[in-house]
Write a protein that binds this ligand. Structure first.
Ligand code: IPD
Ligand code: CA
Ligand code: CA
Length: 283
C-alpha cells in the first residue's frame, strides 16, 4: 500500500476493534463449551453448526458495524453451505474497499466434542489485501495479532517462524477435508508422500490456529484443501508478518480466493510443494 492509499482511519483502531471482537466472542464461546443446545449439519455429515457459531458471528458483526457501518462483511454463517455458495459470496464482496472476513468458531467439531482447540478468526482486507489479522484461542487465552507491515505478535511478543530448513526436521499439520471425491483423495496422497519425509504430522482441527502455529514457530508448515476465505485470511497475514510464506498448493501467492493452501516458515516451502507435486497431490 502506498502512503496515499493509507486507510482513512488509523489501522490501530481497526486492529483494536478486531481484537475486541475476537476477545469478547472467544470468552463467550468458552462459557458455552459443553453446553451448546443445538447442533445441525450443513453441507455434509462433517460440516457442523451450533447456536454458538451463529451467536458469535452475530456478536462480531454487530460490533464491527457499530464502529464501521460502511464496511463490507463476509462471515461463514451468513453464507449458504458448500464451496459454490462460498465462492459466489466472496465474489460479491471481494472488490469492497474494506472487507471484514470472519470465522466465528473455527474448529466447530472440536468445540462440539469438547476438544479444546478452536478459535475465532477475524481479518480486515483493504481492496482485497489483508491488512489486519487476529486469531484468538479462548482455551489458552492466546491472541495472535498481525498488522500489514508491522509484524505479528502473540501475548504481546513478536512472532517469528521456525528456523527448520528441511522437511526432515519439520513438524507440520493438515486438516482432513470432508469432500470425498476431490479434496480428500488429494489430501491422502499428500499425507502418504509427506509422512516419511517429515518429523511428524498433526491434525488439530482448526485451520486458523494451524496458521497461527506456523506463524509462531510451533509448526513449520501446514497444508489443506477446500478451505474458505474465513479460515485463512487472518492466518495468512500472521504467517507472512512472521517471516513465513503462503501460497496455494501449486505455488501461486496467497490471495483471499485461495482454497488449497500451503503455509510454511519459507525455508521448507519449495521442498514441501515439490513433494506434493511429485505425488500428484497438488490439485
Ligand atoms: C474447519 C476447521 C478444520 C478444517 C476444516 C474447516 P469450521 O472450519 O478449520 O480444521 O479442517 O476444513 O472447515 O467448519 O470448524 O469453521
Ligand atoms: Ca473454519
Ligand atoms: Ca466456523
Amino acid at each position: 500500500m502506498s502512503d496515499q492509499q493509507q486507510p482513512a482511519v488509523g489501522s490501530k483502531s481497526f486492529t483494536a476493534v478486531a481484537i475486541n471482537c475476537a476477545a469478547k466472542a472467544g470468552e463467550w464461546i468458552k462459557t458455552k463449551l459443553g453446553n451448546h443446545t443445538s447442533l445441525s449439519l450443513k453441507y455434509s455429515a462433517q460440516d457442523l453448526v451450533t447456536e454458538v457459531d451463529k451467536g458469535s458471528e452475530k456478536m462480531i458483526k454487530s460490533l464491527i458495524q457499530t464502529h464501521f457501518p460502511d464496511h463490507s462483511f463476509l462471515g461463514e454463517e451468513g453464507v449458504e453451505p458448500g464451496p459454490e455458495a462460498s465462492a459466489k459470496a466472496l465474489q460479491s464482496v471481494r472488490d469492497a474497499e474494506y472487507l471484514w472476513i470472519v470465522d466465528p468458531v473455527d474448529g466447530t467439531t472440536n468445540f462440539v466434542h469438547g476438544f479444546p482447540f478452536f478459535s475465532v478468526s477475524i481479518a480486515l482486507a483493504y481492496k482485497g489485501e489483508v491488512i489486519v489479522g487476529v486469531v484468538y484461542d479462548p482455551m489458552r487465552d492466546e491472541l495472535f495479532v498481525a498488522e500489514k507491515g508491522k509484524g505479528a505478535y502473540v501475548r504481546g511478543k513478536r512472532m517469528t517462524v521456525s528456523p527448520d530448513d528441511t522437511l526432515k526436521c519439520s513438524l507440520i499439520a493438515t486438516g482432513f477435508p470432508a469432500d470425498p471425491t476431490y479434496a480428500l483423495p488429494l489430501n491422502m496422497k499428500g499425507l502418504q508422500a509427506l509422512v516419511p519425509e517429515v518429523r511428524n504430522i498433526r491434525s488439530g482441527g482448526s485451520a486458523a490456529l494451524h496458521m497461527a502455529y506456523v506463524a509462531s514457530g510451533r509448526l513449520s508448515g501446514f497444508w489443506e484443501f477446500g478451505l474458505n476465505a474465513w479460515d485463512l485470511a487472518a492466518g495468512s497475514l500472521l504467517v507472512t508478518e512472521s517471516g513465513g510464506h503462503v501460497t496455494d498448493t501449486k505455488g501461486s501467492l496467497y490471495d483471499i480466493g485461495v482454497r488449497n493452501v500451503v503455509a510454511t516458515n519459507g525455508h521448507i516451502h519449495e521442498e514441501f510443494l515439490g513433494v506434493l507435486a511429485k505425488a500428484d497431490a497438488a490439485g
